[in-house]
Design a protein around this ligand. Structure first.
Ligand code: GAR
Length: 220
């Protein structure tokens, strides 16, 4: 089986990169991580790539177009089929986004389109939502926007602060991103306008309330 070649763009810690590396360590997983690019020399995720024996590069161009040019060249040389942004904290050049249309995905720690941009967990707590979560989507020019592939819901707890909520969302991210990349690699995603359909995708058949319905009467 020819596995999909994935290039991962990072800016920092790289825990989502690690989740993808771990998923791809199973030979039955339909994608492999063949290149990691960081826009920051101090990104901890670079060590994860090194530990896994994955070629990695730093492209520290502060100019957006120059970064895009260098990244595009490296990704094409590596014959990348899918670019996965994993904590990549820069807006991509519009020409790059157009050239790689529907071949760039991103993960974001909120239920988009709610709370794009910085500190989404803080934004969720400030808005008082009872559910947040994470989203994997195809990338468009606007920050954290584009057709949604998959989402995971994480209930907000009354005792949550930003760090606690972020940690539970991150655990969900580490499950969701490998799932979304697998669906892409299996050719099961179809984009029409702003909607993605997933061939053979089974929606959950329950709706959950927070607080749980059984507690809503005030008993117990
Ligand atoms: C993750 O929570 C990811 O969803 C978020 O940055 C974190 C990176 O962590 N990305 C964004 O906010 C994109 N707008 P990681 O480096 O450990 O994967």
């Amino acid at each position: 089986m020819e596995r999909l070649k994935v290039g991962v763009l990072i800016s920092g810690r790289g825990s989502n990169l690690q989740a993808l590396i771990d998923a791809a360590s199973d030979p039955a997983y339909p994608a492999e991580i063949v290149l990691v690019i960081s826009n920051r020399a101090d990104a901890a995720g670079l060590a994860r790539a090194a530990a896994a024996g994955i070629p990695h590069q730093i492209i520290a161009e502060s100019d957006r177009a120059a970064f895009a040019l260098a990244a595009d060249r490296a990704l094409r040389e590596a014959k990348i089929g899918l670019v996965a942004l994993a904590g990549f904290m820069r807006l991509l050049d519009t020409g790059f986004v157009a050239a790689w249309q529907d071949r760039v995905v991103n993960i974001h720690p909120s239920l988009l389109p709610a709370f794009p941009g910085l500190h989404p967990q803080r934004q969720a707590l400030a808005a008082g939502v009872r559910f947040s979560g994470c989203t994997v989507h195809f990338v468009r020019a606007e920050v954290d926007s584009g057709p949604i592939i998959a989402q995971a819901v994480v209930p907000v707890e009354d005792s949550d602060d930003e760090n606690r909520l972020a940690a539970r969302i991150l655990a969900a991210e580490h499950r969701l991103y490998p799932l979304a990349v697998r669906l892409y690699a299996e050719g099961r995603l179809h984009v029409t306008g702003n909607r993605v359909t997933v061939r053979g995708g089974m929606p959950p058949d329950i709706a959950v309330t927070n607080p749980l319905e059984a507690l809503a009467s005030g008993r117990g």
